[in-house]
Design a protein around this ligand. Structure first.
Ligand SMILES: Nc1ncnc2c1ncn2[C@@H]1O[C@H](COP(=O)(O)OP(=O)(O)OP(=O)(O)O)[C@@H](O)[C@H]1O
Length: 476
C-alpha cells in the first residue's frame, strides 16, 4: 500500500499538507535550521532547542518539479475530471520558492511547453488534458468537455484581471446559489488543449509583471489565482449527466511579518493589507480547527477577499493541498517556524468534497426515463432496490441518481419552509406586541383625560409620569 493511500484512509478529506525546503541562499550565513528526517517528518532547530513536525509529505532541496507535482497535484487533477473541486495553495515567506513551485523558475519562464523546469500549474494543465483525452478516447462523442481559464490577482483587497492588459479597475465578488462565490466579469478563456491553457497562463503572468512595474508594486505582495473550470457532459442513455468542477491554483503573497518589510508608506500599507488577508486565512483555519474540536465558532470567511472567494477550499466542498515553502537558512528561523506551525494547523481541517453533478435531457428523453423509472418503481414496491434484480446495473444507478436529486430538492424545500415559518412567527409576534402597546396607550390617554377633569395639584405629577410612559411605549 502506498503512503498516499494510507494517508487518505487515515485523514479522509483533510487538507493535505506538503512541505518543500528550497536550496539555502548563497548570500546568507551558511548555517541551516531545518533537517528533513523522512518523507513525512522535518525538524527545526535553534541552538540546543529542536522541534519536530509531521506532514503528509516533506521534500528537500533536491526534489524535482515532477516529484512535487506527483505528490501534490495528480490526485487533485484526477478528482477534477470526476467532478470534485480542487485547490492547491503555495504558502511561505517571500523568496521561499512559492512561484518556483507553482510556475517554475520565474527568471527562466520560457514559451517551451512542456518543460521539465515547469511547476505545479503548467504540469496540472498538461495532466488534465491527458486525462480528458483518455476519457474522450474511451467514450467517443458521448463525452464532451468544456474548459475555461481565468487568471487574476488580489492586491490590497482589490481584484485585478490578469487577462486584460493594464487592467486598472477592480472586479467584485458575487455570490449565487448556482455558482457559489465568483468574480463578477472576470475574463474566462475557453481552452481546448494544454498548450492553449498554458498560453493563457503565460499571458496573465506577463501582464502581472507589466502591472507590477507600471504601478510600482511588488508581485510578492499580491495573491495570484489561476482557475480552470471543467464541465464534463456524459450523454449516455438519452440523459445527460453534467459534472462541473473548479481547479484553483494559488500563489499566495509572501507571509513575512511587517517588521521585516522594513518600509513605510505604500509598502507598509501593502504589508498591512497582505497581513490582513493572510491573517484572516489564519483565523479561518483556527476557527475550523476549533470546530473540529467540538467548539462553536463563527468562521470569518467574509473578512477578506481571498478567504471569501476560496471558502470551499478551506473546510468546504473541495479537495485541497497546501504547499508550505520554507527557507533552510537559520537567518529565517522565526518565519520558518511560523510557516511550519501554520501548516500544522491547516492539516487538521476536514473538507467535505463531493461530486458536483446535475442531470439534463431533452423533454422526450427525460419523460421516457421517468416512465421507465416509474415502471421499475412499481415493480419494486415489495422489495428494496438492492434486492430487486430488475434494478441492477444501469437502471439501479439511474434510480439512485434520481432519488438523490429528489432528496436534495426535498431537503431544500423543507429548509425554505422552516425559514418561512420562523419569519411568519416573527411577524405575528411583532403584530401582537404592536396591538397591546396601542391598547395600553389608549387606556392611559383616557385616564389622563379623567384626571385632568378633576384637576387637583398632585394629579399633575401623575400626568407627567403617564406622559413619559406613553412616549416610551410609542418609541417601542
Ligand atoms: N526548490 C528550488 N530549487 C531551486 N531554486 C529554487 C527553489 N525554490 C526557489 N528557488 C529559487 O529561489 C528564488 C526565489 O524563489 P521564488 O521567486 O519562487 O520565491 P517566492 O516565494 O515566490 O517569492 P515571492 O513571494 O517574492 O514571489 C528564485 O530564484 C527561485 O528560482
Amino acid at each position: 500500500m502506498t503512503k498516499d493511500v494510507q494517508a487518505g484512509k487515515k485523514l479522509g478529506d483533510s487538507i493535505r499538507v506538503f512541505v518543500r525546503v528550497r536550496p539555502p541562499a548563497n548570500n546568507l550565513d551558511s548555517s541551516v535550521c531545518l533537517k528533513v528526517l523522512s518523507d513525512a517528518e522535518i525538524s527545526i532547530h535553534q541552538k540546543s532547542c529542536s522541534k519536530e513536525f509531521t506532514y503528509d509529505h516533506v521534500v528537500d532541496q533536491y526534489a524535482s518539479q515532477e516529484n512535487v507535482f506527483g505528490a501534490v497535484g495528480k490526485r487533485i487533477v484526477e478528482g477534477c475530471v470526476e467532478g470534485y473541486n480542487g485547490t492547491i495553495f503555495a504558502y511561505g515567506q517571500t523568496g521561499s520558492g512559492k512561484t518556483h513551485t507553482m510556475l517554475g523558475p520565474s527568471e527562466d519562464f520560457t514559451n517551451k511547453f512542456p518543460d521539465e523546469k515547469h511547476g505545479v500549474i503548467p504540469r496540472s494543465l498538461e495532466y488534465l488534458f491527458q486525462l480528458i483525452d483518455q476519457k474522450k478516447e474511451m467514450h467517443g462523442e458521448k463525452m464532451e468537455f468544456l474548459c475555461k481559464c481565468s487568471f487574476f490577482e488580489i492586491y490590497q483587497e482589490n481584484i485585478y484581471d490578469l487577462l486584460i492588459t493594464g487592467a486598472i479597475s477592480a472586479l467584485h465578488l458575487r455570490e449565487s446559489v448556482s455558482r457559489g462565490v465568483f468574480v463578477d466579469g472576470v475574463v474566462e478563456k475557453i481552452v481546448t488543449s494544454a498548450e492553449e491553457a498554458f498560453m493563457v497562463l503565460k499571458t496573465g503572468w506577463n501582464n502581472r509583471h507589466v502591472a507590477t512595474t507600471a504601478m510600482n508594486r511588488e508581485s510578492s505582495r499580491s495573491h495570484a489565482v489561476f482557475t480552470i473550470s471543467i464541465e464534463a457532459k456524459d450523454k449516455t442513455g438519452g440523459v445527460t449527466k453534467v459534472r462541473t468542477s473548479l481547479l484553483n491554483m494559488v500563489d499566495l503573497a509572501g507571509s513575512e511579518r511587517q517588521r521585516d518589510t522594513g518600509t513605510s508608506g505604500l509598502r507598509l500599507k501593502e504589508a498591512g493589507t497582505i497581513n490582513k488577508s493572510l491573517s484572516v486565512l489564519g483565523n479561518v483555519i483556527m476557527s475550523l480547527v476549533d470546530i473540529e474540536n467540538g467548539r462553536e465558532r463563527h468562521v470569518p470567511y467574509r473578512d477578506s477577499k481571498l478567504t471569501f472567494l476560496l471558502r470551499d477550499s478551506v473546510g468546504g466542498n473541495a479537495r485541497t493541498c497546501l504547499i508550505a515553502n520554507v527557507h533552510p537558512n537559520s537567518y529565517f528561523y522565526g518565519e520558518t517556524l511560523t510557516t511550519l506551525q501554520f501548516a500544522q494547523r491547516a492539516k487538521m481541517i476536514k473538507n467535505k468534497a463531493r461530486v458536483n453533478e446535475d442531470m439534463h435531457g431533452d423533454v422526450v428523453a427525460l419523460q421516457t426515463e421517468i416512465k421507465k423509472l416509474k415502471q421499475l418503481l412499481d415493480k419494486s414496491v415489495s422489495t428494496t432496490p438492492l434486492q430487486n434484480p430488475v434494478l441492477n446495473g444501469k437502471y439501479q444507478d439511474l434510480f439512485f441518481d434520481a432519488m438523490l436529486l429528489w432528496k436534495r430538492d426535498q431537503s431544500m424545500v423543507d429548509e425554505l419552509k422552516l425559514q418561512l415559518d420562523a419569519k411568519e412567527a416573527l411577524v405575528q409576534r411583532g403584530n401582537k406586541a404592536l396591538q397591546s402597546s396601542r391598547m395600553i396607550i389608549k387606556f392611559r390617554d383616557s385616564m389622563i383625560k379623567q384626571l385632568k377633569g378633576t384637576s387637583p395639584m398632585d394629579v399633575d405629577e401623575r400626568v407627567d409620569l403617564l406622559n413619559s410612559e406613553i412616549s416610551t411605549l410609542r418609541e417601542q
